[in-house]
Design a binder for this molecule. Structure first.
Ligand SMILES: [Zn+2]
Ligand SMILES: [Zn+2]
Length: 345
């Protein structure tokens, strides 16, 4: 079968690889669509994925075959897969901190992923996709779960004012989830014009370009001089992490959803003086089922995020290249593999 395989730094290739076999407790999934994630881009540049790995963790598909002892799932079932499955046995897992598991099973990160014609997944991570949700929108469930989990875990209360820094897919979904959660005002910072326009369309009160606009003055005017109650940092660039500490209101929270691989020098004196809380979260395991409902009920717009659909053969040459080109207009790039596979009702 064909798959996107890591060969090294900035060396991903579409290669022919053996078909995987589902072991006990696993199923084989025929993949419909798989998104390219910001973390895949990060890995492309930094080499944080091991050579030989098949990438891809944002996907939806149809079960093709079940492993030896699998009883509750059948070939033909339409599924999305929670991409971060905790082991259940390590110290954080036993303490109930499942997201801090020391040996998370992460499809497309620690184990072969779904930017391929087929992939195997543990049944512990499977979720049924409702009939009304096509595989294309289903591929957005995973990034939505990340945003939903972040907003849920943050201190945001109804009536609060928030700032989302970075309007990539996670930022745009976080913006929408914060509004659903009752934020009275969500501002966004973003430099890319396509992403800025999308943030505006999806409900941002204002979209500021930090290279042109005075973010401090604008935010101050929108928050009675206090600053946002919660700032969600949803970018891989280091500067917003520094800025967030001076922008958030006293007693406010900075919630980290972005992956910034560079260490950031920051003013921690202001963290103490401002009684600030800095927290972060990884993946969206706990909100995965809720994310499916959100898509099914249309509570957030995931469709608008999909700017490009690319064939598996072109995943690297076109897909990764697009996301690597500044101002390319790409937001969520989906790799179309089997397509809908069944009729999308
Ligand atoms: Zn992702
Ligand atoms: Zn664990």
């Amino acid at each position: 079968m064909k798959a996107v395989v890591v060969r090294g730094i900035q060396q991903f290739e579409v290669a022919d690889v053996p078909m995987p076999e589902p072991a006990a407790g696993e199923v084989l999934i025929r993949v419909g669509y798989c998104g390219i994630c910001g973390s895949d881009m990060e890995a492309y540049h930094t080499g944080m994925y091991a050579p030989g790995l098949i990438v891809g963790h944002e996907f939806a598909g149809v079960i093709a075959q079940v492993g030896p002892d699998v009883a509750d799932w059948r070939p033909g079932d339409r599924v999305v897969v929670n991409d971060a499955v905790p082991c259940g046995e390590c110290r954080p897992c036993r303490d109930g901190r499942l997201d801090a598991c020391e040996s998370l099973y992460m499809i497309g990160v620690t184990h072969d992923g779904a930017m391929a014609e087929y992939c195997v997944a543990p049944v512990r991570g499977l979720h049924r996709l409702p009939d009304g949700v096509g595989l294309r929108r289903g591929a957005l469930v995973e990034p939505l779960s990340v945003a939903l989990h972040g907003v849920h875990r943050s201190r945001l209360k109804p009536g609060d004012r928030a700032l989302v820094m970075g309007a990539g897919p996670i930022g745009l979904l976080t913006l929408q989830c914060a509004l659903v959660a009752g934020a009275r005002m969500v501002a966004v910072t973003e430099v890319d014009p396509t992403r800025a326009a999308l943030a505006q369309k999806l409900g941002a009160a204002v979209v500021l370009d930090p290279t042109r606009d005075n973010v401090v003055v604008n935010l101050s005017a929108l928050t009675d001089g206090q600053g946002p109650d919660v700032i969600y940092v949803c970018t891989g660039a280091p500067q917003p992490y520094r800025d967030a500490i001076s922008l958030v209101r006293k007693g406010g929270q900075i919630f980290v959803l972005g992956l910034c691989v560079e260490p950031v020098e920051a003013d921690f004196m202001s963290v103490a003086m401002g009684d600030l809380c800095i927290e972060g979260s990884l993946a969206g395991r706990a909100q995965f089922a809720a994310a499916i409902d959100f898509v099914a009920q249309g509570r957030v717009d995931v469709e608008s995020l999909i700017t490009h659909e690319i064939a598996l053969d072109d995943a690297v040459e076109k897909g990764f290249k697009l996301l690597d080109t500044p101002n390319s207009g790409a937001v969520k790039v989906l790799v179309r593999i089997g397509g809908e596979l069944t009729a999308d009702r």
